[in-house]
Every structure is written in C-alpha cells, then in structure tokens.
Design a protein around this ligand. Structure first.
Ligand code: PEP
Ligand code: MG
Length: 883
C-alpha cells in the first residue's frame, strides 16, 4: 500500500531529510528536525505524488482521504485537542513545500480550524478575546483570498474603513469588538462574492485549503518562477499541515527567520531578523521592519540560546548553511523550517572554502556547492572605485553587485522596456511575488520597505540581481511617476545606479568595472582542476584576450578566428586590395602586405600561450564581408557625382561592381571556409606562412610553440586532403627557410552534418577535430544563424523549443550528429583529439554533454573559462557517482 501522508513530531516521525522529492523541502526538513529531537510543532505532510495525481484528475483516491483522516486523528490525539472544539480548538497551518524552495510563490493558510464557535473557545482558553478574533479575521481573509480566490483588497478596504470609523492609525489599535465585527463583515464578503457561507466545518476548511495549496502549484507567478529557475513543472508541491504556534502572544513571543551564516557575504556569523509579538508572515512580507537577531538575546535570552544551539546543530548535521524559521510562543521555541539557505555567489564560494577548512565537507563537495551561475555573477560588474558618486540615499545591501538603468515603477514597465532593449532599475515600495517577471527583466531592484529577508531581498539574491531594500528615505509618488529623496526628484526613465553591496542609491549613470576572481574562488577552481578530466581552452584572437584567458585558467586556444584580424583599421585597406585584385599576381602583392601584420598577430598570441596548443583557423567568412556596404557605396557615388569629383568615381564604381559580383543569396552557405581556400589558395598560403614564420622564429628563441592549423567548413574528404596538402607544403617550405622543425598539426572543424557522417574518412586526413556547433546547429536545423531572433523566441514562448539551440546545445539532434562524428572519427583513428569551439563550449549544460560524449576539451570565451573549469569538474563527479 502506498504511503501518501507522512507524520512528523516528537517520537512519531515517518519521514526523513533525504525524502525531499516526495515530501518537499519543507516537509523533509521538518521530519529531519523532529528526528533530531529539535522542537517542531507536530503535523503531517501530504506528498508531492498526491499533488501530481490531484492536479491531473481533480480528485483524491479513497486511500489518500483515509490517510489524511488518520493523520488528523493522530494530530488531535497528540495535541489533546480537536479541530473545531468549541472549548479548546486545535488550529493548524496549511503550507506548500516543493522539492526546491520557491519563496512566496505558492499559498499558505494560517489559523485554520477557527469557526464562530471555536473562536469563543480559543478566546476563553487563552483568556484573550482580542487575540482570538484577530486570528479569526486573519483566517477568514486568508481563506477568502487563497482558497476562494477573492481579491484581498476587498478585505483590506474593510479594515481601512474600520480604522477610519474608530479614528485609529494601525491594525493593532483595533480592539476585540472591532475585530469581531470585521470577522462578520469578512464572512459577508465571502457570501456576496461566492454565493455560499464561509464553511463552519474545520474538516471542510482543511480539505479546501489542501486543494488550494496543491492548485497554487499552477498559479501564474509559480509558473513564471519555475521557468526562470528551470524547475520541472511535473514535480508538484507537497502540503504541510502543522499545529499552529503563536508568536503574537505578548512580549515573550516572537517570530523570525535566520541563516546559520551570512547569506550575502558568507561570513560565519548567525544572521537573521525577528519581530516580537508578531506572526510569521509579518516578517517575510516586509510590512514591519524587523530587528537584527543578535538583539533577541536581550529580550528572550533562554529561547535565543536554544535557537543558536539548534542552528549550529542543524548546520553540522546538514553540513551546509541553513535557512530557518522559528516562532517563540510565550518563551517556548519552535522550529518551523530548515532548508539549505539560498546565498549570493560570493557567499557560496566563501562558505564552500570555509567549510572545507572547518572539516565539515571535503573539496569535492565544495566544488559541487558553487554553481556556474555563481561564477558568472562574480565576474559581473561593480562600481568603478574611481567614479565620482552622488549618493542620494542608502538602504540595506540585500543582493550584491552594481546596476545602472532607467527608473521604472512597475514590473510591467520593466518587462516592456527590456523588450525594447532598455536597461531599468525597478523601484517599488516593496515587491511581491507578482513582480518577479519585472525583477528578472530589470538590472536591479530598489525598495522603500522591507528587511534583508523581505521578498525583494530573497528573490534578488536568488536571481543574482543587485538589490537595495528598506530605503525608507525614498517616497514614491505613483501618480506623477517620480520619487523624491533628500531634496532630489527622480523622474521615471531618469538614470540611477544602485550598489547592492553597499546599499547605496546613486544619481545618474556610473561606470562599472568587471569583478576579479578572489582567492576563495581561485581555490575552488584549483580543486576543480584536480578533479576534472575535460580540457578547457579558450576562443581568442588577440594577445590580450589570450593572456586574460590564460590567467583565468585556459589550457590553450581552441579557436583563433583569423578573420577578426582582417577587420583591423590598419588592415582593411590591404584586405580590400586583395579582394579587388583582378589577377593572382596583384592578389599576391596585396597578401604580401598583409603577411607581416598577420605574423605580428601570431607572434603575440603564441607568446601569450607559450607551451600550450594554439588552434588557428584559416579564413572562414565570404570575402564580401570585408567590403563596404553596397548602400554606403551608392550614397558615396551619388555624393561624388554631385560634387563632380571624377577622379574617385571610377574607383567607387569598381568596388560596387566587385560587391555585386561577390554578393550571395545565402552567404552563410556560400563561398566561405575551405571553399574560399580552395578557390583562392594564395590566401591560405599567406596565412600558413604567417603562422609558421611566427612559430619558427619563436622556436628559434627557445620557446615551445604548439600550432594547430584548422580548416573550416569541410564537408568532403577531398576538400580537406587538397587543403591539407597545400598547408603542409607551405609549412615545410617555411621550416626549411627558418632551419627549425615545429611539431605542428593540421585538423578540421566538424560543422556540417555531412562531415560528421563521413568522419571515419575525414579522420584519416585530420590530426584533430573541433566541433563547430554554431554552424552545425545552423545546418542541422536549417535555421539561419543570423535570423533566428525572428522566430526562436516565439518558439520558446509557445513551448516548441525549450532553449535557443544556438545558446544551449540541442542534444537530441545536433548532439546525436556529434556522437556519430566522434564514433566514426575514432573508428579509424582511436586517439583522435576532439573538442568543441562553438558558443556552446561555455554553456554549462552543453559542457556536461561534451564531457559525456567523450570530447577531450571545450573551448569558450575567456570569461567563461572559469565556468567551464568548474562545470567540467562537476561533470566528472556526476559521472563517477552515476556509475
Ligand atoms: C562554429 O561554427 O561553431 C564556429 C566555431 O565557427 P564560427 O562561429 O566562426 O562559424
Ligand atoms: Mg563555423
């Protein structure tokens, strides 16, 4: 018989910490805490499996209902209270809890079990009528909003009316009588909106709340959150039904959230916030600004000491930083949640290295604790220390990094501006889960209210968005679309800069600079290097990038695109002269002018990469790319004709003629790559001469140079054999001239499906393969690389494509073709070295795949090299663990 409901509580716990998939993060954390003897209010978890079944059929099986019923009985027995008891009712919370946490995305109902009758029992029991009716009115409105889908404003406005009527300022000024009346009015709203009475049977309330929490898995904000965080839609959420405890029972009660280490910096210091005499939701909602956790010891010392002790135990037990929620009810501490804490990139790296030093985790675990996105973020910009700053306000430094953008006041505006390529800073009084789309679209977020654990702070950190919260000096005027602060008025679309590390708000656009890799990250990457078996090279075509990439850990160059060298301002006249040449002789003359320039490039690159392999790809793009645009030429011609400058007219006409003759309908599939080398062999000759002269001269200086010459866009064996022969001939000539032998290689790109399919034959002519997955994606899909933006985003929205295949390798199609290429290539040359140098070489999922299918290395842009080093190590660990 399947188990659908798992109980937790002192000595009666069915689940455990490892059952996250089934019980969700919250449920498994509660079970594990109960197993550890940590005080947890008892309750039960209905599994994610039930959610999936319920969402499919909208019905529960008899067995599920029976198990829920049994769990309720057990909970009643354990608490010695009954749901709906008119004398001393059992009250419960109903909360969601998915496999991975989705803060604030799904629904929660508190104080469930209160009815017209039981509220009187509660009032008598705790001897506090105000408290009882406060709970009741909160429950009715929460039930109305979450379970019945009634707009919460309908309840809020009644509270405002009541406050006006009684001429009081805050909710806490409302007395028992007022709250009782509000409860009555709230019930009236439900009757009016839904046509039925607010249910007075707690079991009906409970069943409806459970359904609502399951259904909240599919609310729009949860769906958006999952999409942004790549969370599987099919997982579903668990539901936790738990005995209520109250943090709002006076000055020895309180509630808070805490992290066992600082989630922003990683510092090993207990970190958190709490509110005295408040319910849990008040802290997370950012309505009252909470106090720092350190001061709790002065107010409720015993509970604080116990809390610190429990948190240390939890961290040692889970061997990771924990994010906990607690409530203190009249001096008694209860833990409501423990989970792995979300952290910033900087904190992830620091915590991982610190925990190795503390002996809590090993180096391999540390490498898995840092995510590729973390490294990406650490390489994100920060404010240039030399920049002059006009700081206009300060708030809390909730999520580090700096961001510049135009001020917008709504999430929709942030999204709209992003669509037209504008960068924004989203400025809100406080954010709510509805804002996540806008937060994702903005460069940074600034809020007026809320603490370090408010919605904006938690979500900002999770997204890696620079974020400043609780900036109370600001006042937003939404009618005029301005905000005012310390004498400044900032209008919508004015530029501001925020520094999420310092908590500052700066007027105008400030210069940002890239972050460098700190010692902790360097340490993680060295550990990663010791684990990984996949090589990491870089795509670089100038000495500066090559040097940078080497510093970032590149083990050579996997792709040097020589055409980039042709675009230099000093080169373009010679390149054009070469293209305009009418015969071989004049072309050779122009190429001769280019030779020393190309050689200079290679000298620089070889020096930067001394001792490491440098793969240089011969010219790839069609020649027309180096000529001016036809429209520009036409304009120039018209100008010349008007000014009567006859001298140049013929020259321009000649260029136009050449542009017309080189024009292609599909240049990406046209006269490029080795086709160009075969039709104009003197171009490749010049390039090979430049490569080999540079290599030989440096070898003569005593340097170890490892050139690998790569032929692009090969589809026929003959294309490679003919070109290779030419390359070798020139290489031999140069080596003879220079009197030195270099161990050079000649290989090819595999970037056409045909090349992969005949890779066994191609391998016989190649010393290495490098998969050009940009062109391979283009030619496999038949998608033009240059035109995909017109339809791929629409495909993604419609769910036709999950990812842009030019960003994330299409394993199903392109990947299969690569596998064929690898298998066939190695069938005739078992130790053929193979890599990937398309953009996918720096994308985490694609790096994993490259490793799995047996490539020897990936090659990516310099700033992605650290990411590739990390992911390669994680891939090794994952593959080893899968065995
Ligand atoms: C490729 O096609 O994947 C590649 C690396 O070459 P390019 O992007 O220069 O065509
Ligand atoms: Mg290519």
């Amino acid at each position: 018989m399947s188990k659908f409901v798992y109980f937790f509580g002192k000595d009666v716990t069915d689940g455990k910490g490892s059952m996250k998939d089934l019980l969700g993060g919250k449920g498994s954390g509660l079970a594990e805490m109960a197993n550890l003897g940590v005080p947890v209010p008892p309750g039960f978890t209905i599994t994610t499996e039930v959610c999936v079944l319920y969402l499919k059929d909208q019905i529960y099986s008899e067995e599920v209902l029976k198990q829920i019923e049994e769990a309720i009985d057990k909970l009643e027995t354990l608490n010695n209270k009954k749901l709906g008891d008119p004398k001393d009712p059992l009250l419960v919370s109903v909360r969601s809890g998915a496999r991975v946490s989705m803060p604030g995305m799904m629904d929660t109902v508190l104080n469930l079990g209160l009815t017209d009758k039981s509220v009187i029992g509660l009032a008598n029991k705790v001897n506090d009528e105000r408290f009882a009716y406060d709970c009741y009115r909160r429950f009715i409105s929460m039930f109305g909003d979450v379970v019945l889908g009634i707009d919460s404003d309908k309840f809020e406005s009644l509270i405002e009316d009541k406050k006006k009527e009684l001429k009081v300022e805050s909710d806490t000024d409302l007395d028992a009588k007022a709250l009782k009346e509000l409860a009555e009015r709230f019930k009236g709203v439900i009757k009016l909106e839904k046509g039925f009475e607010f249910p007075q049977d707690p079991k009906v309330q409970l069943q409806m709340a459970i359904n609502a929490v399951f259904e909240s898995w599919n609310n729009p904000r949860a769906i958006t959150y999952r999409k942004l965080n790549e969370i599987d839609d099919s997982w579903g959420t668990a539901v936790n039904v738990q005995t209520m405890v109250y943090g709002n029972r006076g000055n020895t009660s309180g509630t808070g959230v805490a992290f066992t280490r600082n989630p922003s910096t990683g510092e090993k210091k207990f970190f958190g916030e709490y509110l005295i005499n408040a319910q849990g939701e008040d802290v997370v909602a950012g309505i009252r600004t909470p106090d720092y956790i350190d001061t709790l010891g002065n107010k409720i010392p015993d509970a604080y000491k116990q809390l610190v002790d429990i948190c240390q135990r939890l961290e040692s037990h889970f061997r990771d930083m924990q994010d906990i929620e607690f409530t203190i009810q009249e001096g008694n501490l209860y833990m409501l949640q423990t989970r792995t804490g979300k952290r910033t990139a900087a904190a992830a790296v620091k915590i991982a290295t610190d925990m190795v030093a503390e002996g809590l985790i090993d180096k391999e675990t540390a490498v898995t604790r840092v995510k590729a996105e973390h490294i990406d973020l650490l390489l994100h910009p920060r404010i240039d220390p030399k920049a002059k700053l006009e700081v206009i306000a300060r708030g809390l430094p909730a999520s580090p990094g700096a961001a510049v953008g135009k001020v917008v006041f709504t999430a929709e505006d942030a999204e709209g501006m992003a669509e037209i390529g504008e960068k924004t800073i989203l400025v809100r009084t406080e954010t709510s889960p509805e804002d996540i789309g806008g937060m994702a679209a903005a460069q940074g977020v600034l809020t007026v209210r809320g603490g370090m654990t408010s919605h904006a702070a938690v979500v900002g950190r999770g997204m890696g968005k620079p974020c400043v919260v609780g900036c109370g000096e600001i006042s937003i005027d939404t009618k005029s679309n301005i905000f005012m602060v310390n004498g400044h008025t900032i209008k919508e679309h004015d530029y501001i800069t925020i520094d999420g590390s310092a908590g500052s708000v700066i007027i105008g656009k400030v210069d940002l600079i890239d972050a460098e890799i700190n010692d902790d990250l360097k340490q993680i990457l060295v550990w990663a290097d010791n684990i990984r078996t996949l090589g990491v090279r870089t795509n670089a075509d100038n000495p500066a990038d090559a040097g940078l990439a080497r510093e970032l850990g590149a083990e050579g160059i996997g792709l040097c695109r020589t055409e980039h060298m042709f675009f230099g301002e000093d080169r373009i006249p010679a390149v054009r002269e070469m293209i305009m040449a009418e015969d071989e002789k004049s072309r050779k003359k122009a190429l001769k002018r280019l030779l020393p320039m190309q050689k200079e490039d290679f000298l620089g690159i070889f020096r930067s990469m001394e001792g490491l392999p440098v793969t240089i790809r011969l010219l790839d793009p069609p020649l027309h790319e180096f000529l001016p645009d036809k429209e520009e030429l036409d304009t120039k011609l018209r100008e010349l004709e008007t000014s009567g400058d006859c001298g140049k007219i013929d020259e321009v006409k000649k260029v136009i003629q050449r542009v017309i003759s080189l024009k292609e309908l599909n240049p990406m599939l046209g006269h490029r790559g080795c086709r160009l080398g075969i039709t104009y062999p003197e171009i490749y000759d010049m390039q090979v001469r430049a490569i080999m002269e540079a290599a030989c001269e440096l070898a003569n200086e005593g340097m170890q140079i490892v050139p690998e010459i790569m032929i692009p866009l090969v589809g026929l064996v003959k294309e490679l054999s003919v070109t290779r022969e030419e390359v070798c001939k020139m290489a031999e000539t140069v080596m003879a001239e220079k009197g030195v032998r270099i161990d050079y290689k000649v290989g090819t790109m595999i970037e056409l499906p045909r090349a992969a399919i005949i890779a066994d034959k191609i391998a016989q002519e190649a010393d290495f393969f490098s998969f050009g997955t940009n062109d391979l994606t283009q030619t496999t899909f038949g998608f033009s690389r240059d035109d995909v933006s017109k339809f791929v985003p629409i495909y993604q929205k419609a769910g036709i494509l999950e990812h842009d295949p030019f960003a994330v390798l299409d394993q199903e199609g392109v990947g299969e073709i690569m596998k064929i290429g690898i298998e066939k290539g190695r069938s005739t040359k078992p130790d053929l070295k193979m890599g990937i140098c398309g953009e996918h070489g720096g994308e985490p999922k694609s790096i994993h795949f490259a490793h799995q299918i047996g490539l020897d290395y990936v090659s990516c842009s310099p700033y992605r090299v650290p990411i590739a080093r990390l992911v390669a190590a994680q891939s090794t660990i994952e593959m080893r663990n899968a065995k």
